[in-house]
Design a protein around this ligand. Structure first.
Ligand code: NAD
Ligand code: TYD
Length: 341
């Protein structure tokens, strides 16, 4: 029986990945290890096969907790657990260093001690910094590390630690670097779910700066399939960039969402720019396509429609996710004019 140790599996991408594992390997065992921070949500795991999925509440930076949950015969650790929001890292970086850097090292140490067969680190294109606006510039696996936010710097540090564990100790590791994910169950502080939730409620949509920053969008299920393929067939020590060739300006993304929802563009509000805001991300996914045969299944149009439909039919999920600590963050981030109820 295959045993997968998924960290951060109550978050947006990790929960989609846990579902995908259970569909693909119905007899496997998934240990889902998550600290349930503000971004972790057990609602994201509703309906998973409890016979094969075991949730463990725990912190990846706590070695004893990881060792207690990690079985000897674990086939793979897939590390999604992270502090993942750039704006929060600008407000305070400490948790990012603890979870993203220290937590990754703890997992690598535990993987070696338990003889885990493979370690997959879920990383981000943001470790490579910002591209010029030139439409011909893309991130490849050889692009230099130039992280610009504390979040990106912490993810870059984690990648270095993974590489070092492979090089020095021979741990079988692989790394995936993806762009901006969208899809069901994304915490509504990230741009796409935030604007969806606000627009559905006829609330203003905050657009940072001039709205011309470019992000490369991928449907979450496509990202998860790429992770699975890298896990199964990726070369030990390799890095794979994952993207759907779908780079778009923020303002165009916002207008598409408003058009599909049949809401007026007058809901758009240009607000103060994010400090150090990366201008453009665009991923060249040639390696993962040619070496592993991965291709995205969703187009931007089909993925966006699915995402919007999910949020329209899961209003309660948004309300629950937005309760509590999130409200305080929102008030601090945007002040009362934007998003005021
Ligand atoms: P998320 O914020 O939705 O989920 C993160 C999960 O990690 C949450 O369930 C949280 O409870 C858990 N977690 C946080 N700290 C923890 C700790 N110390 N111990 C155990 N669990 C902890 O994030 P996401 O969007 O699902 O991203 C998942 C991973 O993918 C992250 O590593 C992120 O850097 C990476 N990534 C995300 C994107 C994106 O667009 N969302 C793009 C590329 C890479
Ligand atoms: P975000 O979802 O935070 O992802 P990332 O910073 O990791 O790319 O933001 C996506 C883009 O949208 C980014 O260019 C910042 C911008 N943005 C806004 O314009 N308004 C917002 O309220 C947020 C949260 C982001």
């Amino acid at each position: 029986m295959l045993i997968f140790f998924v960290t951060g599996g109550a978050g947006f991408i990790g929960s989609a990945f846990a579902r995908q594992l259970l569909r693909q390997f119905p007899t496997c065992k998934v240990i889902n290890f998550d600290a349930l921070t503000y971004a972790g949500n057990l609602d994201n795991l509703d309906g998973v096969d409890e016979g094969h999925h075991h949730f463990v509440l725990g912190d990846i930076a706590n070695r004893d907790a990881v060792m207690a949950a990690l079985a000897e015969d674990t086939d793979a650790i897939i590390n999604f657990a992270a502090e993942s929001h750039v704006d929060r890292s600008i407000a305070s970086a400490e948790e990012f260093i603890r979870t993203n850097v220290l937590g990754t090292q703890v997992l690598l140490d535990c993987a070696r001690e338990r003889g885990v067969r493979r370690f997959l680190q879920v990383s981000t294109d943001e470790v490579m910094g910002s591209l010029p606006e030139d439409e011909k510039a893309f991130f490849t696996e050889d692009s230099p590390f130039q992280p610009n936010s504390p979040y990106a710097a912490s993810k870059a540090a984690a990648e270095h630690l993974v590489r070092a564990a492979n090089h020095t100790f021979g741990l079988d590791t692989v790394i995936t670097r993806c762009g901006n994910n969208y899809g069901p169950r994304q915490f509504p502080e990230k741009f796409l779910p935030l604007m969806l939730a606000n627009a559905m409620d006829d609330q203003p949509i905050p657009v940072y700066g001039d709205g011309l920053n470019v992000r490369d969008w991928i449907y979450v299920e496509d990202h998860c399939r790429a992770i699975l393929q890298v896990l199964e067939k990726g070369r030990s020590g390799a890095v794979y960039n994952v993207g759907a060739r779908n780079a778009r300006r923020n303002i165009d993304v916002a207008k598409s969402v408003l058009d599909i929802l049949e809401k007026p563009h007058s809901l758009l509000r240009f607000v103060k720019d994010r400090p150090g805001h990366d201008r453009r991300y665009a991923i060249d996914p040639t390696l993962v396509e040619s070496e592993l045969g991965w291709r995205p299944s969703e187009t931007w149009e089909s993925g966006l429609r699915k995402t919007i439909e999910w949020y329209q039919t899961h209003v309660d999920w948004v309300t629950r996710a937005r309760s509590g600590a999130y409200r305080e963050f929102y008030a601090r981030q945007y002040g009362i004019e934007v998003g005021a109820r």
